[in-house]
Write a protein that binds this ligand. Sequence first.
Ligand code: FES
Length: 105
Amino acid sequence: MINITVEDRSGDVQTIEIPEGINLNLMEALKAYEYEMRATCGGMALCADCHCKVLEGWDKLPEQQEQELITLDSRPDAEQFSRLCCQIKVNEDIDGLKIRLLSED
Ligand code: FES
């Protein structure tokens, strides 16, 4: 199991267990666990609805691609540890990740 700790937009913290080998990105996995996420762009790194702040485990994550950096750049609330969940593949590498979901607006 891959454990991800998620603080939702109302401050509730929960650790979700995602089976290994599931071939989803983190945005899709969070939706599957019933986190509210519009994800208007469907995971193309364009809408920033899946914007999160990484609280622990930044070094475990894949490098940011250009489109993610451009999209985050347009968000006034983006900061050093911002990522887009749709750009993070769920695999064993990210076990133990902690994130905080940020506003979709
Ligand atoms: S779902 Fe649109 S940027 Fe991630």
